[in-house]
Design a protein around this ligand. Structure first.
Ligand SMILES: [Zn+2]
Length: 110
């Protein structure tokens, strides 16, 4: 979250936005980022006077379901962990194509 807040600050300064009221992020299910932890961190940042987040700023979290593609048979599937096993041919080590994202999508402010 710290990185995202820094990124926000920098961008808000560039755009002359003084008060950020809404932030949207995308979090993959295998990104090692826990949405609950993110919300707690966001709430803590909101109360700090050193950044441009308003005290009532909203955090919208979009969850991205993990997806892998099998490098042997090409099957696409939803892996439960980073070590993905193809449900079709049982090959271990599919290539992740979604779900590892932790990204700032958009924000609003004035
Ligand atoms: Zn396969």
């Amino acid at each position: 979250m710290g990185e995202i807040v820094q990124l926000l600050e920098q961008d808000a300064i560039n755009r002359k936005i003084d008060a950020i009221t809404r932030v949207e992020v995308k979090v993959g299910t295998l990104s090692n980022v826990l949405p609950e932890a993110l919300e707690m961190a966001f709430d803590a940042y909101k109360l700090q006077p050193t950044n441009r987040l308003t005290e009532t700023a909203q955090l919208i979290i979009h969850i991205e379901q993990a997806k892998a593609v099998c490098v042997i048979c090409g099957q696409e599937y939803e892996p439960a962990s980073r070590i993905a096993q193809c449900p079709s041919c049982q090959f271990l080590g599919g290539r992740m194509i979604a779900g590892e994202t932790f990204q700032l999508l958009a924000y609003e402010g004035s």
